[in-house]
Ligand binder design. Structure first.
Ligand code: PLP
Length: 380
């Protein structure tokens, strides 16, 4: 039997009710303070997030896309400089690159982790390559050990898109562990409501260990100001507001708990689907912890549309992240990429399927989804 709560990809109502007393109190306090922009809650949240991530600088901003744009603007690049990134992701990173008249250079991904294939980067390096921009997709870090050593060899900046992976960790061969977004020169995240740490509107942040980069990014996020009404560079208006910061500060202590629940659900999915030849499961290398922003698998020899329809008819939502690779998007047609340029990414777009995963999904719902999904796979 389906449990009384409707199954959703993301269940923000249930999460709110769990924290309702704290959040209502926090919002009320902001309303009474009358300080909606650059208030104390923003500074406090930035400090708490910096402590959690173990980085000296966290710069809050308006959203994850702005975080990526501000990061790129902080690096003093020239038009036409090349930024290497993945074709299998949400568009934000590639879009920010193109918006700044930089050139996105795509590199194909690994089929089983969905992340950029480091072994294919070298052949794409030119004299104009300035930045590596890996996306830690679906909640799991890229192979950062190799990527960083590579960046060192070729003197490239590294911007990490950690919009889907806040709280994920990566262990270097030295044994040192780092959070997603804290290994390169700059890390970016988003607090869009459905992200692992989400607010009730838009929000984002940049992290760095570099004092100069932190100062530059902070200035760019605030109209290029050095001090008030002194403008040193072209910037943006990109702020996290006090209400969102308050909500995020209340939720931050729960992030690891929520991510642990996501991992439990993913483990249950993995166990249930392990011996099905039609389901190819996500690879989870031992040196990194996955925070399962999405639980995404690949269908083999099954009609994906029919599967989704049957799931929907049983009250189970399922999504395709992502249906079209970035190099084949109309907006990037001018770069001259063609079908067949990135076969792995293209194949993934045809075969991936994401099942519901959020901390509020209960065991009864989980059993129902695995049971129905396996029946569908058998039948279709
Ligand atoms: C959500 C997301 C972004 C953009 O974040 P916004 O806050 O929506 O601007 C960027 N990159 C990835 C991988 C994302 O998932």
């Amino acid at each position: 039997m389906i449990s009384r709560r409707r199954i959703q990809m993301v269940d923000l109502q249930s999460q709110y009710h769990r924290l309702e007393t704290e959040i209502d109190k926090g919002i009320k306090a902001v309303l009474c303070s009358g300080q909606f922009i650059n208030g104390e809650p923003v500074k406090q949240f930035a400090a708490h997030l910096a402590a959690y991530l173990n980085v000296p600088y966290v710069i809050p901003c308006g959203n994850g896309t702005d975080a990526l744009q501000i990061s790129l603007m902080s690096l003093h690049l020239s038009p036409g400089d090349e930024v290497i990134t993945t074709p299998f992701s949400f568009i934000a990173a590639a879009e920010a690159i193109a918006l700044l008249n930089l050139t996105p250079v795509f590199v194909d991904v690994e089929a089983d982790t969905f992340n950029i294939d480091i072994s294919r980067i070298e052949q794409k390096i030119t004299s104009r390559t300035k930045v590596l921009l890996p996306v830690h997709l679906f909640g799991q870090c890229c192979n950062m050990q190799s990527l960083l050593s590579f960046a060192g060899t070729y003197h490239l900046h590294v911007i990490e898109d950690a919009c889907q992976s806040l709280g994920a960790r990566y262990r270097m061969s030295s044994g040192e562990e780092y959070h997603a977004g804290t290994m390169g020169n700059i890390g970016c995240t988003s607090f869009f409501p459905s992200k692992n740490l989400g607010c009730y509107g838009d929000g984002g942040a940049i992290f760095t260990r570099d004092t100069l980069l932190a100062d530059t990014a902070k200035s760019i996020a605030s109209h290029g100001q050095s001090t008030r009404y002194r403008h040193d560079r072209i910037g943006m208006n990109s702020r996290l507001d006090s209400l969102q910061a308050t909500i995020l500060d209340i939720k931050l202590p729960y992030l690891d708990i929520f991510n642990e629940r996501r991992r439990k659900i993913a483990t249950a999915y993995n166990e249930a689907f392990a011996h099905n030849e039609h389901l190819l499961l996500p690879n989870m290398p031992e040196d990194r912890s996955h925070v399962f922003h999405q639980y995404t698998l690949r269908l083999q020899g099954k009609n994906r549309e029919a599967c989704i329809q049957a799931l929907n008819e049983a009250g189970i939502p399922a999504m395709i992240y992502y249906p079209v690779p970035l190099h084949l998007q109309k907006v990037f047609a001018n770069y001259g990429y063609r079908q067949g340029d990135f076969p792995v990414a293209e194949q993934l777009c045809q075969t991936v399927l994401s099942l519901p995963i959020c901390p509020e999904l209960d065991n009864q719902q989980l059993d129902y989804i695995t049971d129905i999904f396996l029946k569908i796979i058998k039948k279709i």
